[in-house]
Design a binder for this molecule. Structure first.
Ligand code: ADE
Length: 418
Protein backbone atom coordinates (compact mmCIF):
# COMPACT_ATOMS: atom_id res chain seq x y z
CA UNK A 1 0.00 0.00 0.00
CA UNK A 2 1.32 3.42 -0.99
CA UNK A 3 1.19 6.27 1.54
CA UNK A 4 3.16 9.28 2.67
CA UNK A 5 2.85 10.34 6.29
CA UNK A 6 5.13 11.74 8.97
CA UNK A 7 5.61 8.81 11.33
CA UNK A 8 3.75 5.50 11.53
CA UNK A 9 4.74 5.09 15.19
CA UNK A 10 2.23 7.84 16.08
CA UNK A 11 -0.62 5.46 15.23
CA UNK A 12 -1.42 4.38 18.79
CA UNK A 13 -2.19 7.93 19.91
CA UNK A 14 -4.13 8.61 16.70
CA UNK A 15 -6.29 5.52 17.16
CA UNK A 16 -7.36 6.59 20.65
CA UNK A 17 -8.07 10.14 19.50
CA UNK A 18 -10.16 8.89 16.55
CA UNK A 19 -12.11 6.73 19.00
CA UNK A 20 -12.71 9.79 21.20
CA UNK A 21 -14.08 11.73 18.22
CA UNK A 22 -16.27 8.83 17.14
CA UNK A 23 -17.88 8.81 20.60
CA UNK A 24 -19.19 12.26 19.74
CA UNK A 25 -20.40 11.47 16.22
CA UNK A 26 -23.62 9.50 16.76
CA UNK A 27 -25.27 10.37 13.43
CA UNK A 28 -22.24 9.18 11.49
CA UNK A 29 -22.24 6.06 13.68
CA UNK A 30 -25.79 5.24 12.53
CA UNK A 31 -24.78 5.74 8.90
CA UNK A 32 -21.72 3.58 9.43
CA UNK A 33 -23.86 0.78 10.86
CA UNK A 34 -26.15 0.85 7.83
CA UNK A 35 -23.21 1.19 5.43
CA UNK A 36 -21.52 -1.86 6.98
CA UNK A 37 -24.68 -3.88 6.37
CA UNK A 38 -25.70 -2.60 2.94
CA UNK A 39 -22.28 -1.72 1.42
CA UNK A 40 -23.73 1.03 -0.79
CA UNK A 41 -20.25 2.21 -1.88
CA UNK A 42 -18.98 -1.24 -2.84
CA UNK A 43 -16.31 -1.16 -5.52
CA UNK A 44 -16.01 2.63 -5.48
CA UNK A 45 -12.69 4.44 -5.30
CA UNK A 46 -13.11 7.63 -3.33
CA UNK A 47 -10.44 10.34 -3.21
CA UNK A 48 -10.91 12.57 -0.16
CA UNK A 49 -9.04 15.87 0.09
CA UNK A 50 -9.97 16.94 3.63
CA UNK A 51 -8.33 18.28 6.77
CA UNK A 52 -6.80 15.12 8.19
CA UNK A 53 -8.27 15.27 11.69
CA UNK A 54 -9.79 12.77 14.08
CA UNK A 55 -13.25 13.58 12.70
CA UNK A 56 -12.07 12.97 9.14
CA UNK A 57 -10.68 9.68 10.44
CA UNK A 58 -14.19 8.66 11.51
CA UNK A 59 -15.59 9.69 8.12
CA UNK A 60 -12.92 7.69 6.27
CA UNK A 61 -13.74 4.62 8.38
CA UNK A 62 -17.45 5.12 7.63
CA UNK A 63 -16.86 5.31 3.87
CA UNK A 64 -14.68 2.23 4.03
CA UNK A 65 -17.38 0.41 6.03
CA UNK A 66 -19.71 1.26 3.13
CA UNK A 67 -17.43 -0.66 0.77
CA UNK A 68 -15.41 2.19 -0.73
CA UNK A 69 -11.69 2.15 -1.24
CA UNK A 70 -10.72 5.44 0.38
CA UNK A 71 -7.64 7.52 -0.43
CA UNK A 72 -6.94 10.58 1.70
CA UNK A 73 -4.85 13.71 1.19
CA UNK A 74 -4.83 17.02 3.07
CA UNK A 75 -6.87 20.05 2.06
CA UNK A 76 -4.41 22.39 3.79
CA UNK A 77 -0.65 22.03 4.35
CA UNK A 78 -0.93 22.91 8.04
CA UNK A 79 -4.07 21.09 9.20
CA UNK A 80 -2.93 17.47 9.27
CA UNK A 81 -2.90 15.64 12.58
CA UNK A 82 0.05 13.31 11.97
CA UNK A 83 -1.10 10.76 14.54
CA UNK A 84 -4.45 10.44 12.77
CA UNK A 85 -2.73 9.95 9.41
CA UNK A 86 -0.58 7.22 11.00
CA UNK A 87 -3.54 5.39 12.54
CA UNK A 88 -5.59 5.48 9.33
CA UNK A 89 -2.68 3.85 7.51
CA UNK A 90 -1.73 1.32 10.20
CA UNK A 91 -5.04 0.41 11.78
CA UNK A 92 -7.54 1.00 8.97
CA UNK A 93 -5.33 0.27 5.95
CA UNK A 94 -6.44 3.53 4.38
CA UNK A 95 -3.76 5.15 2.19
CA UNK A 96 -3.05 8.67 3.45
CA UNK A 97 -0.83 11.25 1.80
CA UNK A 98 -0.37 14.18 4.15
CA UNK A 99 2.18 15.61 6.56
CA UNK A 100 1.60 18.62 8.82
CA UNK A 101 3.73 21.51 7.58
CA UNK A 102 4.30 20.08 4.10
CA UNK A 103 5.43 22.61 1.49
CA UNK A 104 3.26 23.59 -1.46
CA UNK A 105 5.04 21.20 -3.82
CA UNK A 106 4.48 18.22 -1.50
CA UNK A 107 0.89 19.33 -0.91
CA UNK A 108 0.15 19.14 -4.64
CA UNK A 109 2.14 15.94 -5.10
CA UNK A 110 -0.12 14.39 -2.43
CA UNK A 111 -3.21 15.54 -4.33
CA UNK A 112 -1.70 13.95 -7.41
CA UNK A 113 -1.19 10.69 -5.51
CA UNK A 114 -4.89 10.32 -4.69
CA UNK A 115 -5.83 11.16 -8.27
CA UNK A 116 -3.48 8.53 -9.64
CA UNK A 117 -5.87 5.84 -8.37
CA UNK A 118 -8.46 7.13 -10.87
CA UNK A 119 -11.22 7.82 -8.33
CA UNK A 120 -14.94 7.41 -9.03
CA UNK A 121 -15.92 10.06 -6.49
CA UNK A 122 -14.01 13.10 -5.19
CA UNK A 123 -14.58 14.61 -1.76
CA UNK A 124 -13.14 18.05 -1.38
CA UNK A 125 -12.73 20.84 1.17
CA UNK A 126 -11.85 24.04 -0.65
CA UNK A 127 -11.90 22.59 -4.20
CA UNK A 128 -8.14 22.13 -4.63
CA UNK A 129 -8.64 18.50 -5.67
CA UNK A 130 -11.36 19.31 -8.21
CA UNK A 131 -9.34 22.26 -9.41
CA UNK A 132 -6.34 20.00 -10.12
CA UNK A 133 -8.64 17.56 -11.95
CA UNK A 134 -9.86 20.43 -14.12
CA UNK A 135 -6.38 21.70 -14.88
CA UNK A 136 -5.18 18.25 -15.93
CA UNK A 137 -5.74 16.37 -19.15
CA UNK A 138 -9.04 14.67 -19.96
CA UNK A 139 -8.12 11.22 -18.69
CA UNK A 140 -8.18 12.07 -14.99
CA UNK A 141 -11.85 12.84 -14.80
CA UNK A 142 -12.99 10.09 -17.17
CA UNK A 143 -13.99 7.81 -14.26
CA UNK A 144 -15.39 10.44 -11.97
CA UNK A 145 -19.15 10.20 -11.40
CA UNK A 146 -19.35 13.18 -9.12
CA UNK A 147 -17.92 14.91 -6.12
CA UNK A 148 -18.84 16.57 -2.86
CA UNK A 149 -17.61 19.91 -1.55
CA UNK A 150 -17.37 20.77 2.14
CA UNK A 151 -16.82 24.48 2.39
CA UNK A 152 -18.10 27.93 1.36
CA UNK A 153 -14.91 28.83 -0.52
CA UNK A 154 -14.94 25.54 -2.42
CA UNK A 155 -18.59 25.93 -3.42
CA UNK A 156 -17.89 29.47 -4.67
CA UNK A 157 -14.99 28.19 -6.81
CA UNK A 158 -17.05 25.33 -8.21
CA UNK A 159 -20.02 27.57 -9.03
CA UNK A 160 -17.57 29.83 -10.91
CA UNK A 161 -16.34 26.78 -12.86
CA UNK A 162 -19.93 25.72 -13.61
CA UNK A 163 -20.80 29.25 -14.72
CA UNK A 164 -18.04 29.07 -17.32
CA UNK A 165 -19.54 25.71 -18.44
CA UNK A 166 -16.27 24.03 -17.57
CA UNK A 167 -17.35 21.82 -14.67
CA UNK A 168 -16.86 18.25 -15.87
CA UNK A 169 -18.94 16.33 -13.34
CA UNK A 170 -21.75 16.98 -10.82
CA UNK A 171 -20.95 18.30 -7.37
CA UNK A 172 -23.04 18.05 -4.22
CA UNK A 173 -22.48 21.22 -2.17
CA UNK A 174 -22.37 19.85 1.38
CA UNK A 175 -21.73 23.38 2.66
CA UNK A 176 -25.16 24.47 1.50
CA UNK A 177 -26.96 21.94 3.69
CA UNK A 178 -28.54 23.68 6.67
CA UNK A 179 -27.25 20.94 8.97
CA UNK A 180 -23.78 21.91 7.77
CA UNK A 181 -23.37 25.66 7.63
CA UNK A 182 -25.75 26.64 10.45
CA UNK A 183 -23.74 24.53 12.88
CA UNK A 184 -20.24 23.80 11.52
CA UNK A 185 -19.60 27.29 10.12
CA UNK A 186 -21.19 29.11 13.04
CA UNK A 187 -20.60 27.08 16.20
CA UNK A 188 -17.66 25.03 14.88
CA UNK A 189 -15.65 27.93 13.48
CA UNK A 190 -16.67 30.14 16.38
CA UNK A 191 -15.33 27.81 19.05
CA UNK A 192 -12.33 26.37 17.20
CA UNK A 193 -11.08 29.78 16.07
CA UNK A 194 -11.06 31.19 19.59
CA UNK A 195 -9.51 27.89 20.71
CA UNK A 196 -6.71 28.26 18.12
CA UNK A 197 -6.00 31.86 19.08
CA UNK A 198 -5.95 31.07 22.79
CA UNK A 199 -3.74 28.00 22.33
CA UNK A 200 -1.31 29.95 20.12
CA UNK A 201 -1.07 33.07 22.30
CA UNK A 202 -2.37 32.17 25.79
CA UNK A 203 -3.86 35.68 25.80
CA UNK A 204 -6.80 36.72 27.95
CA UNK A 205 -9.79 37.47 25.74
CA UNK A 206 -11.90 39.25 28.37
CA UNK A 207 -11.66 42.99 27.89
CA UNK A 208 -9.76 42.59 24.60
CA UNK A 209 -10.85 44.41 21.47
CA UNK A 210 -11.47 41.70 18.88
CA UNK A 211 -12.07 42.81 15.30
CA UNK A 212 -13.97 40.24 13.23
CA UNK A 213 -13.65 40.82 9.48
CA UNK A 214 -16.64 39.28 7.71
CA UNK A 215 -20.09 38.52 9.12
CA UNK A 216 -21.08 35.40 7.20
CA UNK A 217 -21.94 32.25 9.15
CA UNK A 218 -18.33 31.82 10.27
CA UNK A 219 -17.95 35.49 11.25
CA UNK A 220 -21.22 35.36 13.19
CA UNK A 221 -19.89 32.36 15.11
CA UNK A 222 -16.51 33.93 15.86
CA UNK A 223 -18.12 37.19 17.02
CA UNK A 224 -20.54 35.27 19.23
CA UNK A 225 -17.83 33.22 20.94
CA UNK A 226 -15.53 36.25 21.37
CA UNK A 227 -18.45 38.13 22.94
CA UNK A 228 -19.13 35.13 25.17
CA UNK A 229 -15.53 35.35 26.38
CA UNK A 230 -16.17 39.00 27.29
CA UNK A 231 -14.24 40.56 24.43
CA UNK A 232 -15.27 43.94 23.07
CA UNK A 233 -16.24 42.83 19.57
CA UNK A 234 -16.00 45.05 16.51
CA UNK A 235 -17.29 43.81 13.14
CA UNK A 236 -16.01 44.99 9.75
CA UNK A 237 -18.21 43.93 6.83
CA UNK A 238 -18.69 45.08 3.23
CA UNK A 239 -22.27 43.83 2.79
CA UNK A 240 -24.80 46.40 4.09
CA UNK A 241 -27.35 43.79 5.14
CA UNK A 242 -24.83 41.78 7.12
CA UNK A 243 -23.38 44.96 8.62
CA UNK A 244 -26.88 45.94 9.72
CA UNK A 245 -27.43 42.50 11.18
CA UNK A 246 -24.13 42.73 13.10
CA UNK A 247 -25.20 46.12 14.44
CA UNK A 248 -28.53 44.78 15.66
CA UNK A 249 -26.81 41.71 17.08
CA UNK A 250 -25.16 44.22 19.38
CA UNK A 251 -21.69 44.62 17.86
CA UNK A 252 -19.88 47.81 17.04
CA UNK A 253 -19.63 48.02 13.26
CA UNK A 254 -17.10 50.22 11.50
CA UNK A 255 -14.70 50.34 8.58
CA UNK A 256 -11.60 48.20 8.89
CA UNK A 257 -9.46 51.30 8.60
CA UNK A 258 -11.08 52.73 11.71
CA UNK A 259 -10.97 49.39 13.52
CA UNK A 260 -7.29 48.97 12.62
CA UNK A 261 -6.30 51.68 15.12
CA UNK A 262 -8.40 50.17 17.91
CA UNK A 263 -8.14 46.38 17.70
CA UNK A 264 -5.99 44.08 19.81
CA UNK A 265 -6.83 40.89 17.90
CA UNK A 266 -7.94 40.78 14.25
CA UNK A 267 -9.64 37.73 12.75
CA UNK A 268 -10.40 37.41 9.03
CA UNK A 269 -13.30 35.16 8.00
CA UNK A 270 -14.38 36.61 4.66
CA UNK A 271 -13.32 34.10 2.00
CA UNK A 272 -11.75 36.98 0.05
CA UNK A 273 -8.17 38.08 -0.58
CA UNK A 274 -6.10 40.95 0.90
CA UNK A 275 -8.67 41.89 3.52
CA UNK A 276 -6.00 43.10 5.96
CA UNK A 277 -3.35 44.90 3.94
CA UNK A 278 -0.67 47.59 4.12
CA UNK A 279 -3.10 50.44 4.81
CA UNK A 280 -4.37 48.55 7.86
CA UNK A 281 -1.01 47.29 9.14
CA UNK A 282 0.21 50.91 9.00
CA UNK A 283 -2.43 51.92 11.55
CA UNK A 284 -2.30 49.01 13.99
CA UNK A 285 -1.16 49.30 17.59
CA UNK A 286 2.16 47.87 18.72
CA UNK A 287 1.49 44.23 19.64
CA UNK A 288 -1.58 43.71 17.46
CA UNK A 289 -2.36 40.06 16.77
CA UNK A 290 -3.66 39.02 13.35
CA UNK A 291 -5.19 35.63 12.57
CA UNK A 292 -7.20 34.08 9.76
CA UNK A 293 -10.04 31.58 9.97
CA UNK A 294 -11.05 31.74 6.31
CA UNK A 295 -10.25 28.78 4.08
CA UNK A 296 -7.17 30.08 2.26
CA UNK A 297 -4.12 32.01 3.46
CA UNK A 298 -4.92 34.95 1.21
CA UNK A 299 -7.00 37.09 3.58
CA UNK A 300 -3.99 38.68 5.29
CA UNK A 301 -1.51 40.33 2.93
CA UNK A 302 1.58 38.89 4.62
CA UNK A 303 3.94 39.85 1.74
CA UNK A 304 2.92 43.51 2.27
CA UNK A 305 3.68 43.17 5.98
CA UNK A 306 7.00 41.58 5.02
CA UNK A 307 7.93 44.73 3.09
CA UNK A 308 7.25 46.88 6.18
CA UNK A 309 9.37 44.59 8.34
CA UNK A 310 12.98 44.90 9.52
CA UNK A 311 13.28 41.51 11.24
CA UNK A 312 10.98 38.66 12.17
CA UNK A 313 11.19 35.74 14.54
CA UNK A 314 9.04 32.85 15.70
CA UNK A 315 8.35 33.87 19.29
CA UNK A 316 6.02 30.94 20.11
CA UNK A 317 4.69 28.02 18.10
CA UNK A 318 2.37 29.49 15.46
CA UNK A 319 3.23 33.09 16.47
CA UNK A 320 5.49 35.05 14.08
CA UNK A 321 6.65 38.39 15.41
CA UNK A 322 7.16 41.01 12.70
CA UNK A 323 9.39 43.84 13.92
CA UNK A 324 8.47 46.75 11.70
CA UNK A 325 10.82 49.44 10.47
CA UNK A 326 8.86 51.95 12.61
CA UNK A 327 9.53 49.76 15.70
CA UNK A 328 5.96 48.45 16.13
CA UNK A 329 5.46 44.70 16.47
CA UNK A 330 2.69 42.80 14.71
CA UNK A 331 2.04 39.12 15.35
CA UNK A 332 0.76 36.81 12.61
CA UNK A 333 -0.67 33.52 13.80
CA UNK A 334 -0.24 30.23 11.95
CA UNK A 335 1.25 31.80 8.79
CA UNK A 336 -2.16 33.30 8.08
CA UNK A 337 -3.62 29.83 7.52
CA UNK A 338 -6.79 28.53 9.19
CA UNK A 339 -5.87 29.15 12.81
CA UNK A 340 -8.45 26.72 14.16
CA UNK A 341 -6.77 23.83 12.38
CA UNK A 342 -3.19 25.08 12.50
CA UNK A 343 -2.97 25.81 16.23
CA UNK A 344 -5.95 23.84 17.53
CA UNK A 345 -7.81 20.72 16.38
CA UNK A 346 -10.49 22.15 14.11
CA UNK A 347 -14.18 21.98 14.86
CA UNK A 348 -15.38 19.68 17.61
CA UNK A 349 -16.73 16.28 16.63
CA UNK A 350 -20.31 17.19 17.59
CA UNK A 351 -20.65 19.56 14.63
CA UNK A 352 -18.45 17.55 12.25
CA UNK A 353 -20.91 14.72 12.91
CA UNK A 354 -23.52 16.57 10.84
CA UNK A 355 -21.11 17.89 8.21
CA UNK A 356 -19.68 14.45 7.60
CA UNK A 357 -23.09 12.76 7.71
CA UNK A 358 -23.86 15.05 4.75
CA UNK A 359 -20.59 13.99 3.09
CA UNK A 360 -21.27 10.27 3.51
CA UNK A 361 -24.89 10.53 2.34
CA UNK A 362 -23.83 12.93 -0.43
CA UNK A 363 -21.40 10.30 -1.78
CA UNK A 364 -24.14 7.65 -1.64
CA UNK A 365 -26.53 10.01 -3.42
CA UNK A 366 -24.03 10.61 -6.24
CA UNK A 367 -23.51 6.92 -6.71
CA UNK A 368 -27.25 6.33 -7.00
CA UNK A 369 -28.09 9.38 -9.10
CA UNK A 370 -25.06 10.44 -11.13
CA UNK A 371 -26.49 9.23 -14.43
CA UNK A 372 -29.31 11.74 -14.25
CA UNK A 373 -27.24 14.57 -12.82
CA UNK A 374 -25.82 17.39 -14.93
CA UNK A 375 -22.35 18.93 -14.72
CA UNK A 376 -23.54 21.36 -12.17
CA UNK A 377 -23.50 22.19 -8.44
CA UNK A 378 -26.36 20.56 -6.50
CA UNK A 379 -27.80 21.14 -3.06
CA UNK A 380 -27.93 18.26 -0.62
CA UNK A 381 -31.53 17.00 -1.01
CA UNK A 382 -33.80 18.46 1.68
CA UNK A 383 -34.86 15.00 2.81
CA UNK A 384 -31.24 14.16 3.70
CA UNK A 385 -30.75 17.49 5.46
CA UNK A 386 -33.83 17.17 7.65
CA UNK A 387 -33.15 13.49 8.39
CA UNK A 388 -29.71 14.47 9.71
CA UNK A 389 -31.29 17.18 11.90
CA UNK A 390 -33.82 14.65 13.21
CA UNK A 391 -31.16 12.06 13.99
CA UNK A 392 -28.92 14.64 15.65
CA UNK A 393 -31.73 15.81 17.91
CA UNK A 394 -32.60 12.22 18.78
CA UNK A 395 -28.96 11.48 19.60
CA UNK A 396 -29.05 14.42 22.01
CA UNK A 397 -32.11 12.96 23.72
CA UNK A 398 -34.33 15.80 22.53
CA UNK A 399 -37.90 15.05 21.49
CA UNK A 400 -39.93 17.69 19.71
CA UNK A 401 -43.63 18.18 19.12
CA UNK A 402 -45.41 17.32 15.90
CA UNK A 403 -48.21 19.27 14.24
CA UNK A 404 -51.77 18.13 14.89
CA UNK A 405 -53.98 17.27 11.89
CA UNK A 406 -55.82 20.52 12.45
CA UNK A 407 -52.60 22.53 12.43
CA UNK A 408 -51.39 20.88 9.24
CA UNK A 409 -54.71 21.67 7.57
CA UNK A 410 -54.50 25.31 8.73
CA UNK A 411 -51.03 25.68 7.26
CA UNK A 412 -52.15 24.38 3.90
CA UNK A 413 -55.29 26.49 3.61
CA UNK A 414 -56.06 30.10 2.80
CA UNK A 415 -59.72 30.45 3.83
CA UNK A 416 -59.40 31.09 7.55
CA UNK A 417 -58.44 34.70 8.37
CA UNK A 418 -59.51 37.20 11.03
N1 ADE B 1 -12.86 21.63 9.22
C1 ADE B 1 -12.96 22.32 10.36
N2 ADE B 1 -12.81 21.52 11.42
C2 ADE B 1 -12.60 20.27 10.95
C3 ADE B 1 -12.38 19.04 11.56
N3 ADE B 1 -12.35 18.89 12.89
N4 ADE B 1 -12.21 17.98 10.76
C4 ADE B 1 -12.24 18.12 9.42
N5 ADE B 1 -12.45 19.27 8.79
C5 ADE B 1 -12.64 20.35 9.55
Amino acid sequence: MNFDIKDISLAKKGKLRIEWASNNMPVLALIRKRFAKEKPLKGIKLAACLHVTTETGVLAQTLKAGGAQVFVCASNPLSTQDDVAASLVKDDKIPVFSIKGEDTKTYYSHIKSVLEVKPDITMDDGADLVSVVHKKDEKVHANIMGGTEETTTGVIRLRALAKENRLRYPIVAVNDALTKHLFDNRYGTGQSTMDGIVRATNKLIAGTKVVVCGYGWCGRGVALRAKGMAAHVIVAEVDPLRALEATMDGYEVMSLKKAARIGDIFITVTGDASVIRKEHFSLMKDGAIVANAGHFNVEIDIPALGKMTKTKRMIRDFVMEYNLKDKRRIYILGEGRLINLAAAEGHPAQVMDMSFANQALGAEYILKNHKKMKQSVYKVPEAIDSRIAFLKLRSMGINIDTLTKEQKKYLSSWEIGT
